[in-house]
Design a protein around this ligand. Structure first.
Ligand SMILES: [Zn+2]
Ligand SMILES: [Zn+2]
Length: 440
């Protein structure tokens, strides 16, 4: 056994006097590992795999964690990987990175751009790209593991590294938890994560206490009618007219039924019906995305959609058999991510001490979704916190500020993070946060 308590105390005392006590160590030792981490990043970037297909990616993550001495288990909830490093008595800190890429053909023109193509479910060839920066997340996870292993004498507890599959389809966290992530491996005291930001420059970090990312629901509506000849509309019940009325009525849910203080988005992203100019069709299909933070708002959105669609069908004189069908894809639901304020404040203080107060910004909550939120919603109700890792090349960021030019968003074929600076900041911010949580 080492004497970590004395070491930790000494470090804590010196940290309170000088913010750079860990900073120097982590900055230097992370910089030393950068050639290796950059090689890992470009490898992952050039070998992206879609959700539920992360076979080679997960094998690589398992190999990297094994090399560092972690006790590694593969195939947890699909291609999930769990690496445990027990380092004496102390809290369990879980750090999560997601692994899946997107069906996007990369157009960054970078020499390391992905050229991978696969066949999708419809047998069409699609490009595959890490357009959401999950390759940065994985590389930062390995970089953090390296730092925590190198600094083993400076902390006590259990480090739980989780490489999660299928984030983009909202299935990975659910599957890993279902397969005993918290019960069979370790129940974390704290859960940390990071996500690249396409609007914060590399070298900076964004913090959002409280609700940070939204609840996401996918909803299908089938509007039924009675089809016929386009010249005899009086003999039909036109589902295109009904669907049009429904689309407009849906706009009143957020604006007239829900509190203006509660965020809510209801977007009809797809509408399909009919086949020809002069035929009134039998049905129209709508696809919606719903966003919210508060679970009660989500229930109110769904209830209002069911009530309004039914009411419009009744007003058109349709019988009950032809009321619209509203189908909520419960299996694809992603709950909102609530950054525990106390934990998030601690993480913010650690990151400020590591990379400088000026490099830590308050980031607005967004209506995008992340299945990271699920780790805080188990029966154990463990505090979770996810921070935004700036990824925009600083010169491009400056240019956009000066000219108003828009920056490529996440999920864009043009998204090209400044990966060396982003990874270095991610490793330092996450390592310092974890070490401080172990030592508090
Ligand atoms: Zn994404
Ligand atoms: Zn993502």
């Amino acid at each position: 056994m080492k004497t970590p308590i004395i070491t930790s105390l000494a470090l804590l005392i010196s940290c309170s006097l000088s913010v750079s006590c860990f900073a120097t160590d982590l900055a230097e030792s992370t910089a030393e590992n950068m050639p290796q981490l950059e090689a890992l990043y470009t490898h992952l970037h050039q070998h992206p795999e879609l959700s539920y297909q992360e076979q080679a990616t997960s094998a690589r993550m398992a190999k990297e964690l094994s090399k560092l001495g972690f006790d590694v288990t593969e195939k947890v909830g699909g291609y999930g990987v769990v690496g445990l490093l027990k380092n004496g008595a102390g809290p369990v800190v879980m750090i999560r990175a997601d692994m899946d890429a997107l069906p996007i053909t990369e157009q960054t023109g970078k020499p390391y751009a992905s050229k991978v193509k696969v066949l999708n479910a419809n047998n069409q060839e699609v490009g595959v790209m890490h357009g959401c920066g999950h390759d940065i997340h994985m590389t930062s996870l390995i970089g953090t593991a390296q730092q925590l292993v190198a600094q083993k004498d400076n902390w006590q507890g259990t480090l739980m590294m989780v490489a999660q599959p299928a984030e983009e389809v909202g299935g990975g966290a659910k599957a890993m938890l279902k397969q005993g992530l918290f019960s069979d491996f370790a129940t974390p005291d704290y859960v940390l994560g990071l996500h690249v930001s396409a609007s914060i420059p590399a070298g900076k970090v964004g913090i959002t206490p409280g609700y940070a990312l939204a609840n996401v629901d996918s909803v299908d509506i089938t509007v039924k009618g009675e089809g016929g000849h386009g010249a005899y509309p009086h003999l039909t019940k036109d589902p295109i007219v009904l669907a049009s009325r429904i689309v407009l009525a849906l706009q009143t849910i957020t604006s007239r039924e829900l509190s203006p203080l509660e965020p809510s988005v209801i977007t009809v992203g797809s509408i399909h019906g009919g086949s020809k100019h002069n035929i009134i069709s039998n049905e129209v299909k709508l696809q919606l995305t719903l966003r919210s933070y508060n679970p009660d708002v989500r229930l109110a959105q769904i209830a209002a959609i069911k009530r309004l669609t039914k009411g419009i069908a009744i007003s058109a004189g349709l019988d009950e058999a032809r009321y619209p069908e509203v189908y909520v894809h419960e299996d694809e639901r992603i709950p909102s991510t609530y950054n525990d304020p106390e934990l998030t404040n601690k993480v913010q203080a650690s990151i400020r001490a590591e990379i400088g107060t000026d490099n830590v910004v308050q980031a607005d909550a967004v209506m995008a979704g992340e299945d990271f939120g699920l780790y805080g919603l188990t029966a154990e109700k463990r505090p979770i916190s996810l921070f935004w890792l700036g990824a925009v090349p600083p010169s491009e960021y400056q240019h956009s500020i000066e000219t108003g030019a828009s920056l490529p968003s996440l999920h864009s074929s043009q998204f090209a993070p400044d990966y060396p600076a982003t990874i270095q900041t991610g490793v330092r911010a996450m390592s310092r946060s974890a070490i401080d949580l172990f030592n508090q």
